[in-house]
Design a protein around this ligand. Structure first.
Ligand code: ZN
Length: 234
């Protein structure tokens, strides 16, 4: 008959093993998440440069419009000076006034774009730094996990050995049921009795069951099927 203390050890070993395996599985997922952050930051930088270029080209095309308008006004002024009638003079004058107005609007627009380009240009270092930082975080996590995974693999091997030696103490008949439970539920295959109830499903044990467990009989919870044991440290 296994000592109840060895059943507690068995449960604990299952829990530690499950935890170590989960940590080992989680690592690559966490690495992938950090890789996708790097790709996102790199894309942000590409988009940033593209937008900056677009704004600069926009400012250039507006400057060309401004130059054309300036030339047009110079031409109109020449025509104004050689106007052949008052009516022609008024038409040119009105045209110049309208074009000067358009020029002033265009100048404001260009200033606004240049201001925006200046503000955005100042952010370049931030975008570049964000890429560097994401890559550093990825590298540091990856190397940390590499050394941690070696430790985890070692401790999994130790725990598996320990588990096998504890399992060898189980009588053969409950052992088969125990194996089926472990295969489907992992550490949840076992449950410490707490305040007279199963720790997994909280259903109370009968007085007879409690006595049986205390005398060293391996019992399974009549409600959830867990292998029950008394945790004397509780
Ligand atoms: Zn139960």
């Amino acid at each position: 008959m296994p000592a109840t203390n060895s059943l507690r050890q068995l449960h604990l070993t299952h829990q530690q093993l499950e935890d170590a395996r989960q940590q080992l599985e989680r690592g690559p997922i966490q690495i992938k998440a950090r890789e996708s952050i790097v790709r996102k930051r790199e894309q942000d930088l590409v988009d940033y440069h593209a937008e900056l270029k677009r704004q600069k080209m926009f400012a250039d095309s507006k400057s060309l419009d401004l130059n054309a308008l300036e030339k047009k006004i110079v031409d109109l002024k020449v025509k104004l000076n050689s106007a052949s009638s008052n009516r022609e003079f008024d038409i040119f004058k009105e045209q110049i006034r309208a074009d000067e107005m358009a020029m002033s609007v265009l100048e404001d627009e260009i200033l606004e774009i240049i201001d925006r380009v200046d503000t955005e240009t100042a952010k370049q270092a931030d975008y570049e730094q964000a890429v560097v930082k994401a890559k550093e975080e990825l590298d540091s996590f990856r190397s940390q996990f590499e050394s941690k995974s070696r430790d985890l693999q070692d401790s999994i091997k130790d725990l598996e050995r320990h588990l096998a030696s504890l399992e060898s103490l189980l009588p053969s008949e409950p052992k088969q049921q125990y194996r089926r439970l472990v295969a489907s539920r992992g550490a949840k295959a076992m449950s410490a009795v707490s305040n007279g109830a199963c720790g997994n499903c909280y259903v109370n044990l009968t007085a007879q069951q409690r006595i049986q467990i205390k005398t060293g009989i391996v019992l399974f919870c009549s409600s959830c099927g867990s292998l029950l044991y008394i945790d004397e440290t509780l």
